[in-house]
Design a protein around this ligand. Structure first.
Ligand SMILES: [Fe+2]
Ligand SMILES: [Fe+2]
Length: 314
């Protein structure tokens, strides 16, 4: 189903044809999850601790408003003449993301962790806050943001699931419903990650001069929860430690994805810019500030060297 849109440039239509072919292959047959997919009689909330339930509360909230980020990505797709990205968001991403909060919410209500009124009030606040990232982004910046966000979300759900399985014993088996919810959602997040990363690679294959857009999107990346659920997000480091979130593996994936997209130079530049813009411990700050000065020209050998060191470390 390749597009014959005359307003697309040659490079855009090549990118679009390749991505539409990938979507043709993967999208048919996908379906959003439903609360009815789970056997609610079998839940075992007594096996789940309070920290875990709070983490489920947090992800229920950040999953509850995909319309705002989806709208931003559609705007980015239209701004950049990328019909494939509009198709992915409208046909798959929004319908799938639109259901992620539903089984979590059902679980929290049935387990008695939170009542429905409290969750609905918190969700209303999340919807009010909206989504602040990516205003004015190109399709390449939006897919870069999406790649990182989906990667971290996928791995977070996997670590929650592994935590439940690790805690389980023969006498006290893990809650089968929560294990299945986490597995089902994680699988979809991983698919979204794959499409975004493939999209970014395909754009750069045809327009390699646009690597700088990936660098800026990575350098200013923040998980959406900081703005969407600011009262809950500060507990994320506690949860990631408790669930054994694979931070090193995630950094490895980001570093190697960046090398594929932008080369060592782009990875080094993004890391240095990220360090200069975000909270860094005082003992590293002078080094980051110095590196930032040295890194300003995009072709600086410092960027290349920093990128090589990071890629080798992970
Ligand atoms: Fe999601
Ligand atoms: Fe997702």
């Amino acid at each position: 189903m390749s597009t014959a849109n005359p307003s697309l440039t040659y490079a855009n239509s090549r990118i679009d044809a390749e991505m539409q072919a990938i979507l043709d292959r993967y999208l048919p047959g996908r379906r959003p999850m439903s609360v009815d997919d789970y056997d609610w009689k079998t839940i075992r909330p007594e096996t789940v601790d309070r920290d875990f339930l709070e983490a489920v509360g947090f992800v229920t909230l950040v999953e509850a408003n995909p319309k705002d980020p989806g709208g931003q990505i559609i705007k980015a797709a239209d701004r950049s003449n990328a019909p494939w990205l509009r198709r992915f968001i409208t046909q798959t991403w929004l319908p799938e993301e639109g259901m992620h909060h539903a089984p979590f919410k059902e679980y929290l209500i049935r387990s008695g962790a939170y009542d429905e009124g409290f969750l609905d009030d918190e969700i209303a606040k999340v919807v009010d806050r909206g989504f602040v990232h990516g205003a004015g982004y190109s399709e390449l910046q939006a897919t870069t943001y999406g790649w990182l966000q989906e990667l971290i979300t996928w791995r977070f759900y996997d670590s929650m699931r592994d935590y439940l399985l690790f805690q389980a014993t023969d006498e006290n088996p893990a809650d089968p419903v929560m294990v299945k919810i986490l597995a089902d959602i994680a699988k979809q997040e991983n698919f979204h990650r794959h499409v975004y990363l493939t999209g970014a690679k395909t754009v750069l294959k045809h327009q390699p001069e646009r690597k700088g857009e990936v660098v800026t999107a990575v350098a200013e990346f923040l998980m959406p929860g900081h703005h969407m659920a600011p009262d809950w997000q500060p507990k994320a480091p506690v949860w990631s430690e408790k669930f054994n979130f694979p931070l090193k593996g995630v950094i490895h994936d980001i570093a190697h994805g960046m090398v594929e997209l932008t080369g060592h130079r782009g990875l080094g530049q993004a890391a240095i810019l990220y360090g200069a813009r975000n909270h860094i411990h005082w003992y590293l700050r002078p080094i980051v500030a110095l590196l930032r000065l040295l890194s300003l020209p995009p072709a600086s050998p410092v960027n290349h060297l920093a990128g090589r060191l990071i890629a080798r470390a992970f």
